[in-house]
Design a protein around this ligand. Structure first.
Ligand code: SIN
Ligand code: CO
Length: 381
């Protein structure tokens, strides 16, 4: 287990003073840090078709971006190169453990764990990210500079598929050592170059924007044949100017549209599907030999630990008269009194049969667990 400390700050002080406000260097956030993955294992993942990877090189100030999967690693030269692999938490259980210390931030906000391996002077250049990120220094050392958001920053495209910014003034300028952590809010310029062969772990967050949310909501309405109420005006009177679209009519259209958003059950169901979907591929597969409900009941009587599979997104919402449990793009409606075990499955990545024993006679628990285990979302350790 990784134990995170914010130097002298408590978690709440970190949230109040730094989260989404300003960058922070957390020296020795993880004491005695040991890497969950080796460079060779990381390269092994970058060979896979279903895993997103890139190699960025900056030899002689010439930037180049190459997309995986990679058959060999000749591009990963002895200096000036970086291999980046997305969503490693979906594929590598030991690396997924690095997300646990950050789960004091709501789970639905956590996106994935990206891991990079850089050779000396390797990096991706000065850039901005749209999302919050914690960058953990693993083996080796990397020199990082981080600045504050500024409207003076200008985007540059040094080569195809690589977006950078022009130089910026740094408020953090430090060489990170194993166990040091940088917190970088969205829009803060940053750049990091390896001093020696280095591994970095980026815990990234999600923050959907309006267009993404609205277009997904519309897709949900279309798929469910919802939102079909049409504009109507039985009260229509005569007017002086038939060429005018009147203020009252504009308001009526706005109300018609916002009424579509204002149905709480539709909104929660859509949100559950939307936010519980993984952005990257996962290795979740239904069991070939599924458990019966009786077998699940028997498991609960044993001394067993249930583990959440890597990349599974799960959370619940309190709705009017029920709970909505959302997992990997699916919703399960449950009675309110399921909250004790629903929160165990949503808050933690491992749950013991002992924690569930008091609910063993709840048919909803047995049914839900059958789904979670048989679909491959949870597995038996
Ligand atoms: C990296 O690890 O090279 C990139 C991390 C980042 O800047 O977001
Ligand atoms: Co970045």
């Amino acid at each position: 287990m990784y134990q995170l400390t914010f130097n002298e700050l408590s978690q709440i002080e970190f949230l109040q003073q730094y989260w989404q406000k300003k960058p922070l260097l957390i020296k020795q956030g993880f004491k005695n840090f040991s890497d969950p993955i080796s460079p060779e294992e990381l390269a092994g993942l970058a060979v896979e078709e279903c895993i997103e990877s890139r190699i960025i090189t900056n030899n002689n100030n010439q930037w180049q971006a190459h997309h995986g999967p990679f058959e060999d690693f000749s591009l990963l030269t002895e200096s000036h190169s970086t291999l980046l692999v997305q969503a490693v938490d979906h594929w590598h259980a030991d690396s997924e453990m690095l997300l646990a210390p950050f789960r004091f931030i709501p789970n639905w906000r956590i996106d994935d764990l990206m891991i990079s391996y850089s050779t000396p002077k390797g990096g991706v250049g000065p850039h901005l990210d749209q999302y919050d990120v914690f960058i953990i220094q693993g083996q080796g050392k990397r020199h990082w500079r981080v600045g504050m958001p500024s409207s003076a920053l200008q985007e540059v495209v040094p080569c195809k598929d690589l977006l950078q910014i022009t130089q910026f003034e740094a408020c953090i300028d430090a060489v990170l050592e194993p166990g040091d952590i940088l917190y970088i809010p969205p829009g803060c310029p940053h750049e990091g170059y390896a001093v020696e062969n280095a591994i970095n772990y980026s815990v990234g967050f999600r923050a959907p924007n309006q267009v993404e949310l609205l277009s997904s909501f519309c897709d949900y309405l279309i798929d469910g044949e919802l939102g079909t109420i049409r504009y109507s005006d039985p009260e229509l009177g005569l007017r002086d100017n038939s060429g005018e679209l009147q203020l009252g009519e504009i308001e009526k259209i706005k109300t018609l549209m916002s009424n579509a958003l204002n149905c709480p059950a539709t909104f929660s169901r859509w949100l559950g599907e939307n936010l519980s979907q993984a952005k990257h591929e996962t290795q979740i597969e239904p069991l070939e030999d599924p458990y019966t409900e009786q077998e699940i009941k028997n498991l609960l009587l044993d001394d067993i630990t249930f583990m959440r599979s890597g990349g599974v997104r799960i959370f619940y919402q309190k709705m009017d008269g029920c709970l909505l449990l959302s997992i990997d793009g699916q919703n399960i409606e449950l009675p309110i009194d399921s909250i004790t075990w629903v929160s165990l499955f949503s808050d933690f990545t491992s749950v013991t049969s002992d924690q569930l024993k008091s609910s063993i006679n709840c048919s909803h628990l047995i049914k839900t667990m059958s789904t979670l285990i048989n679909e491959g979302y949870w597995y038996i350790e």
